[in-house]
Design a protein around this ligand. Structure first.
Ligand SMILES: O=P(O)(O)O[C@H]1O[C@H](CO)[C@@H](O)[C@H]1O
Ligand SMILES: O=c1cc[nH]c(=O)[nH]1
Length: 356
């Protein structure tokens, strides 16, 4: 069923219609054309944000987030299996209640480095002291806490990232973190921008060129809009400086489910398309406003939005995909470039904290 486009005035109509449909088909989600004027979002499920355009997501009075899954309330204990934490053995509000920023990125090494970097930038007493991996019992990811910042690794690709992200969201809720912001600090391949540039993502695009994240649930495909907080995107981008020795762009980010064919590379073990096919695809991405390619942006955008948590993706590019496929910069150069998203996100965090 398609609902027509919504605006603030017919929001009530949309809500009533949604309730009627929901009662009628007895399902949790209804597929709608959530932003009917933009065909990119046709056939998406209606998350809270789509049903309440222009409205702020409901929060608890103290600013902590409310998870809408009612089943959670029936749990005596919730085990955050991949974080090695649970709601019974740990006092999560005491441990994490003061966290304001959750920063996630692919590798354990990078997220440890970010924890050290931000501790220094914020001049926190913990700087220089030995950081403890708070998820060491699970052995899957690494999580470090420095003052109001949690720095967590998520591995490669959407399934690994969403497993971590969803447990982080539950942690955010159980710990009663107030108005949290989540950043993904990543690496990527650039599209028509110089290697070493930074991209602040304005939307996620799937390998099917849809601005959605699609996931099979109970044997049916669900699509969720891969939208990001545009104000946060602009605010982060505004902190780029002319004095930086790199440029920072705003642009779409394609999330591929594969590093090789999924990203139109010619250098994987399999390839049945030509260089011309590859270039045509990359130019199509460029014309759609895509500035970089990585492997998490759609799901990250969709899930943070569905949970009503402000979020942003800031990635450095290791190469310009219009010029090649191989990642050729030296290890030292890549280590140096990986710091660039940390610098940009670090500025945002510092500015935010200094305003408090
Ligand atoms: O550098 P990170 O953040 O791990 O992200 C990028 O690097 C990995 C591929 O090398 C993918 O996960 C991609 O999204
Ligand atoms: O080309 C690249 C580089 C880093 N990460 C990716 O996913 N793709």
């Amino acid at each position: 069923m398609q609902l027509k486009d919504v605006d603030n005035d017919d929001c009530l109509y949309q809500l009533l219609l949604y309730l009627v449909i929901k009662m009628g088909c007895n399902c949790d989600y209804v597929t709608t054309g959530v932003a009917g004027l933009d065909p990119h979002y046709d056939n998406c499920i209606s998350t809270w944000s789509e049903l309440h355009p222009g409205k702020e997501y409901p929060k608890n009075a103290d600013g902590s987030i409310r998870l809408l899954n009612e089943h959670l309330q029936g749990l005596e204990v919730d085990i955050l299996y991949h974080l090695g934490l649970d709601t019974q053995s740990y006092d999560l509000p005491a441990m994490f209640g003061d966290v304001k920023f959750v920063c996630i990125g692919g590798t354990k090494y990078r997220m440890r480095e970010f924890a050290e970097y931000i501790a220094k930038e914020l001049d926190l007493p913990c700087k220089g002291s030995k950081l403890v991996n708070l998820t060491k019992h699970s052995q899957r990811y690494a999580m470090y806490k420095v003052g109001p910042v949690l720095s967590v690794s998520h591995g490669i690709g959407i399934p690994s990232m969403t497993t971590l992200l969803q447990e982080v969201m539950k942690l955010i809720s159980y710990a009663k973190m107030k108005d949290p912001i989540i950043f993904r600090i990543g690496t990527s391949g650039g599209v028509s921008i110089p290697a070493g540039s930074v991209v602040v993502s304005s939307f996620g695009l799937s390998g099917m060129l849809e601005k959605t994240y699609s996931i099979p649930v109970l044997g049916k495909m669900r699509s969720i809009p891969a939208k990001l907080d545009s104000r946060l995107c602009q605010e982060v981008h505004s902190l780029a400086s002319d004095k930086d020795d790199f440029r920072t762009y705003i642009g779409g980010t394609m999330a591929a489910d594969d590093f090789y064919r999924g990203q139109a590379r010619l250098d994987g073990p399999f390839c049945d398309y030509t260089e011309a096919d590859k270039m045509e695809f990359l130019n199509t991405l460029c014309n759609l406003g895509v500035r970089n390619i990585e492997m998490e942006a759609t799901a990250f955008s969709a899930f943070t939005r569905e949970a009503g948590i402000r979020a942003s993706i800031v990635c450095v590019t290791f190469l310009d995909r219009l010029l090649g496929d191989q990642v050729t910069p030296s290890k030292a150069t890549m280590m140096d470039w990986q710091k660039r998203p940390m610098i940009v996100v670090g500025r945002y965090i510092k500015e935010y904290i200094n305003k408090q």
